[in-house]
Design a protein around this ligand. Structure first.
Ligand SMILES: [Zn+2]
Length: 334
């Protein structure tokens, strides 16, 4: 059973009239679940406690977001990131809902999950809002999973942007492996191949920077040749996915050229490798700013998680792929 959180409450985080991270994003996804397909169970949103948010964020920063919302105005917390009167409560619901799916996946109540939530999270650091993100939903969920007894957690991030906040939260940690494919160089500037983690976390940050314009087969090569073996070696207790759909060819922000089907193919690789090691998979929405592409891509992911055969995409070799494999082979038997 796939647990899905998809609820109109996530439209209430108001980013103003001309912001790409707009409420309609989750409305488009919501149309997929108005009559939920077989195997999908809708789960009500749950608010995170302040203690849960504090798993990854400073108390002073949480107060700052609370006060920004309480001011009753729209406040800019960073050049790209606004906080409006409902934002604090909606952000608590976003994080709490992902935590709920994580908890249900760990206990076996659901076999996988998808949180169609906003605001997104992967740019938020422990002390600051950034890149449309208030609280780092996936970092909080990973820490929640550890607190619930998970031995280790894999975070896969296929958003076109590097998840700088998530990487920072686990850079020196060998219990949470952060894997990211992202356009590079690009916002936010982090995610170089040489950023592999520090201290006991060395090797547990797996960055796969990709120059702009990559197509389906080039992405699938990275997931097939790098992520798939790492899942089999690392054997995570749970896989959390920062599902950003902005590498889509139609996306107005990203510069990649993926089809909607490619997200299903990526989900298929994650699904099958995770099943081999007995790990449930929970997706959480990050970016994706073309409405039709976003809805169609999410539909492909949901279909694959329902057990449908993934769209077939043949891996394509590309120029810098050898560099990525050579770097990560220092730490993993690829
Ligand atoms: Zn993004």
């Amino acid at each position: 059973m796939i647990g899905v959180v998809s609820d109109p409450v996530f439209m209430e985080h108001d980013t103003g009239g001309y912001h790409p991270e707009e409420p309609m994003r989750v409305q488009y996804i919501h149309t997929l679940f108005s009559d939920p397909p077989e195997g999908v169970m809708l789960i009500d949103p749950v608010e995170a406690s302040e203690d849960d948010i504090m798993l990854n964020h400073d108390k002073a920063y949480i107060e700052k977001v609370r006060n920004a919302s309480a001011s009753g105005r729209m406040v800019s917390l960073d050049p790209d990131t606004v906080c409006s009167p409902r934002s604090f409560d909606v952000a608590l619901k976003a994080s709490g809902s992902l935590n709920k799916l994580t908890e249900m996946a760990l206990s076996g109540e659901i076999s996988s999950g998808f949180a169609s939530i906003r605001p997104p999270g992967h740019h938020a650091t422990s002390t600051a809002a950034m890149g449309f993100c208030l609280f780092n939903n996936i970092a909080i969920a990973a820490k929640k999973a550890l607190s619930l007894g998970a031995k280790n957690v894999l975070i896969v991030d296929f958003d076109v942007h590097h998840g700088n906040g998530t990487q920072e939260s686990f850079y020196n940690d060998d219990r949470v492996l952060y894997f990211s494919t992202h356009q590079y160089p690009f916002y936010p500037g982090t995610g170089a191949l040489s950023e592999v983690g520090g201290q006991r976390g060395k090797g547990f940050t797996v960055n796969c920077p990709m120059s702009y314009g990559k197509v389906d087969g080039e992405y699938i090569a990275v997931y097939r040749y790098i992520l798939d073996p790492i899942i089999h070696i690392f054997k995570p207790s749970i896989v959390l996915v920062s599902a950003g759909f902005d590498p889509h060819a139609m996306d107005p922000i990203g510069g990649m050229r993926l089809s909607s089907e490619c997200f299903g193919a990526i989900a298929g690789i994650i699904r099958d490798a995770s099943a081999d090691v007995g790990a449930p998979v929970v997706f959480t929405l990050e970016g994706g700013y073309d409405m039709d592409a976003l809805r169609d891509s999410v539909q492909n992911v949901i279909e694959v998680m329902r057990g449908v055969d993934p769209p077939s995409v043949n891996p394509l070799e590309w120029q810098e792929l050898d560099d990525l494999v050579a770097m990560h082979r220092k730490y993993w038997d690829l």
